[in-house]
Write a protein that binds this ligand. Structure first.
Ligand SMILES: Cc1cc2nc3c(=O)[nH]c(=O)nc-3n(C[C@H](O)[C@H](O)[C@H](O)COP(=O)(O)OP(=O)(O)OC[C@H]3O[C@@H](n4cnc5c(N)ncnc54)[C@H](O)[C@@H]3O)c2cc1C
Length: 808
């Protein structure tokens, strides 16, 4: 065994072998994989081996596409047969709602160049005669699907990596990981010790245990999963003989089953409602190549629907039932990337679809380790998308929910109930009493809208029960004044004598003077956006940075990596140690002025001013800014003052008819200003010029901020894309995001977000298009739920284009 290696990959399942292969492919060949048994000894060996490209998240779909396209390469390079069957596949819908959902997935695929299309039930039956067409309303055909041999595939990755110089140690168990003072790792195995610069947790079923070796509790849980294999079926044999090909893959969403051909019979699996976690607390080390006891009763309700939808199964004998465990994160996506607060401890676990995603995970992780960046937008898979709220019990609740809903529709307005409420702010009960319908984001309950008594969210693709009420909330802001809770933003206190210089290097903006705020984009080395913040200078060496709540851990990882080691800067993610309220609307100042003796007139407290001030008896930080685009104030306070301030503001606002508003009204309002938001318009895919943030990128400032050279280059070249706002001729539904944008009938861009702008009375879509066509005035349309709707560019904000109201 080697005593030193650049990287030790822990775990020889399909994911570990893919990571190893990609590292060697990109030139890191001093790498070792350590496997406690034989390769594939976790969940990999009993997988059904199915793979596909389509995914609800286009960024994940891209990595799945990469994975599927990689198989030929590793088979040829390694000489190992991977049993590849590219059969194509279809997704089936039994209800209109489901078909709407499929159309939205199909539309998302459109701008990625996915070659899928809709089928009628009859067309679906012609392609897959085992199904009963009367049970379905339609289907989506996907040519890029198939299955392969899990054993052969894992070995093909491993052989390819070995060919490139990697070592693989089988029957070698990592028992502990200890970091040395110089940052390298002692990888302590039952066969000796390896000193490594980097360790990668590809522990699969044991990923939790490999996390615990360094004091981490990764949000990952294994679930039992069953599929059955039938005896030979005459219908299958006949199809193969007459058509000269295999039957294709099917996912029957309403039956909650998937199926494919297996030799001369069929394989049918299900994500059952009566699901069961496996080894919820610890995974036994002596678990290996064994299966779990079959439990057909648990999957009977799903199989009954499956057998009704595919009647040939009723006559088929069942040869085998496989029950094996595999792992999930709370949202079902992998946990990939560097772990915050650790040096060179990498995660590549919770990969629930190793054969659709394993290649992409290996590619992203190898890029990240070698080049410091995954090379794609992998936020949906980033291990940093969970904070400390993702405990063992939270994970258990969410994974069970996710598994049992694997094939369920998630409506755009649907909030899932498991693991809630967990984090609440002091005014939670008051908001609830006022009718708040909450959504949970990064564990925190946040008001979406305030429902009248007896009205609740009806989940739908189309405008729903909240439409008029959200409209009234938005209009109240535009006409008078509204109050909302803003505690869900991430808040960071940055202090110390080195704080200003550090922020100057980290952020692209000019550092504001004391008492002022500014918008503050943050870039990676390649000039793409990695954050957008509001930076407030409260005093010398005293800054408050406000950013996206879901990205708190993601941004902290970045900040901490770049923090000077000399102690000149202190950084704290305040989370709920600082909570927020915001008021906005033409009457906002009159309300605020009732709470303080300080002069709030524009000359004394102009737009983008910030100051510590008492409101009534409560100390607060007040900034004159509003994401609604209206005259408004953001108010930050310690949690113990929030109840008091909430009551005080409502009381002061009563004479103006102050109204509570939620995140949905806020979305409607910010669309009228074409304001972007993190994770939609602003992502690591886009440059600041493309995203319309160039005025906050001070290329002329002295500080050599991260991404400066690339930002200058973007300015010279003009980048590739432009963010644009469109008004859509929508009828009863509005865009959500990821819909294709057409120019003269050709897909040229994609929507990032949108919705109904209630105060303006129009449906808005925001999205990216190539810069060359960005200012074309006509010929635009956007696909929404299978319909192509006319769209017209909206070059200036719908509300207050001159900014007079906001600044006045
Ligand atoms: C019944 C069933 C059907 C499935 N069907 C499909 C499908 O059709 N398509 C699909 O894409 N996916 C499918 N899956 C899921 C798929 O199996 C997983 O996504 C995949 O196996 C995950 O691979 P992995 O490498 O992350 O983990 P694992 O396969 O669990 O590998 C982890 C490896 O790490 C080793 N290890 C752990 N700890 C240590 C240590 N301390 N020291 C040394 N070695 C260690 C283990 O021995 C193991 O070999 C299915 C799973 C099941 C159970």
């Amino acid at each position: 065994m080697k005593s030193h290696a650049r990287v030790v990959v822990i775990g020889g399942g399909v994911v570990g072998c893919s990571v190893l292969y990609h590292l060697t492919k990109f030139g890191w060949t001093d790498v070792v994989l350590v496997e406690r048994s034989e390769l594939t000894s976790g969940s990999t060996w009993h997988a059904a081996g199915g793979m596909h490209t389509i995914n609800g998240d286009p960024n994940v779909a891209k990595l799945q596409k990469y994975t599927v396209e990689l198989y030929k390469e590793i088979q040829d390079y390694s000489g190992q047969d991977i049993g590849l069957h590219m059969t194509s596949g279809m997704m089936l819908a039994s209800t209109k709602d489901r078909f709407d959902w499929m159309k939205s997935i199909l539309a998302k695929g459109r701008y990625m160049g996915l070659d899928a299309h809709l089928l009628t039930p009859k067309e679906a039956h012609d392609l897959m005669p085992l199904l009963d067409p009367d049970q379905f309303v339609g289907a989506v055909f996907d040519p890029v699907e198939g299955h392969l041999d899990p054993y052969g595939t894992t070995h093909a990755y491993a052989k390819s990596a070995k060919k490139n110089g990697a070592d693989i140690y089988l029957h070698t168990k990592v028992e502990d990981l200890v970091q040395r003072e110089d940052g390298t790792w002692r990888v302590i195995t039952d066969k000796g010790e390896i000193i490594a610069e980097h360790v990668v947790n590809c522990g699969g079923l044991w990923a939790r245990e490999v996390g615990r070796m360094v004091g981490l509790e990764l949000p990952v849980l294994a679930m039992e999963h069953m599929y059955l294999i039938t005896e030979d079926m005459p219908e299958v044999i006949e199809f193969n003989q007459t058509r000269g090909k295999e039957l294709m893959h099917c996912v029957d969403f309403d039956g909650e089953i998937y199926l494919r051909q297996e030799r001369n019979g069929m394989l049918m699996g299900t994500y059952e409602k009566a699901c069961r976690p496996w080894s919820p607390l610890t995974t036994p080390w002596n678990f290996g190549h064994e299966l779990l006891a079959e439990d057909i009763e648990r999957i009977t309700p799903e199989l009954e629907v499956g057998f009704r939808h595919f009647p040939a199964f009723n006559k088929a004998g069942i040869k085998k039932i496989i029950n094996g465990p595999f792992t999930f994160s709370p949202d079902g996506n992998p946990l990939v990337g560097p772990v915050r607060g650790m040096t060179n401890y990498w995660s590549a676990c919770a990969v629930m679809a190793g054969f659709s995603q394993g290649g992409g995970v290996g590619l992203a992780l190898a890029n990240w380790m070698i080049h410091g960046d995954p090379g794609f937008d992998v936020f949906a898979m980033d291990v940093s998308r969970y904070g400390d709220f993702a405990t063992l019990a939270y994970t258990n609740a969410k994974v069970r929910e996710n598994y049992s809903r694997r094939f369920s529709i998630r409506y755009p307005n649907e909030e899932l109930p498991a693991g809630r409420p967990l984090l609440t702010t002091p005014i939670y009960d008051k908001l609830k009493e006022a009718g708040a319908v909450f959504g949970a984001s990064y564990g925190l309950e946040q008001p979406l809208w305030f429902a009248p008594k007896g009205v609740e969210d009806h989940f739908s693709w189309r405008r729903s029960t909240d439409f008029d009420t959200v409209g009234a909330e938005a209009k109240a802001v535009r006409e008078s004044v509204g109050l909302m809770e803003t505690s869900g933003f991430a808040k960071y206190a940055v202090k110390g004598e080195g704080a200003e210089a550090w922020l100057d290097r980290l952020l692209t903006c000019r550092i504001p003077a004391t008492g002022r705020m500014t918008l503050a984009p943050m870039l990676k080395d390649d000039g793409k956006l990695i954050g957008d913040f509001t930076l407030a200078k409260l005093g010398e060496g005293d800054f408050l940075l406000i950013g996206s709540g879901i990205a708190e851990d993601y941004h902290m990882r970045w900040f901490e990596t770049h923090l000077p080691k000399d102690g000149s800067v202190t950084l704290e993610a305040l989370n709920l140690a600082l909570v927020g309220l915001a008021i906005a609307g033409p009457k906002a100042r009159e309300v605020m002025q009732k709470l303080t003796h300080q002069d709030l007139s524009t000359p004394a407290f102009p737009f983008m001013a910030v100051r510590r001030m008492d409101l009534g008896m409560a100390p607060a930080i007040v900034g004159r800014v509003s994401y609604t685009g209206d005259l408004g104030y953001e108010i930050w306070m310690k949690p113990q003052y929030q109840r008091y301030l909430y009551d005080l503001i409502l009381e002061a606002g009563a004479e103006f008819g102050i109204k509570l508003f939620g995140l949905r009204a806020l979305n409607a309002l910010r669309l009228e200003k074409s304001y972007g938001s993190w994770s939609r318009e602003y992502r690591p895919l886009y440059g600041p010029l493309e995203a319309g943030l160039e005025r906050f990128v001070a290329v002329k400032k002295d500080a050599d901020f991260i991404g400066k050279a690339a930002a200058k280059a973007e300015r010279e070249s003009g980048g590739a894309l432009r963010l644009r706002t469109f008004i859509l001729d929508a009828k009863d539904a509005d865009v959500i995001g990821d819909e294709p944008i057409y120019l003269n009938g050709e897909v040229r861009g994609w929507v990032t977000s949108g919705g109904y702008a209630h105060a303006a009375g129009v449906s808005v879509a925001v999205g990216y298009v190539p810069k060359e066509i960005a200012d074309v005035e006509s010929g635009w349309s956007i696909e929404l739920l299978g319909e192509i709707l006319a769209a017209r560019p909206q070059p200036e904000p719908l509300f207050d284009p001159s900014g007079a109201k906001m600044r006045g």
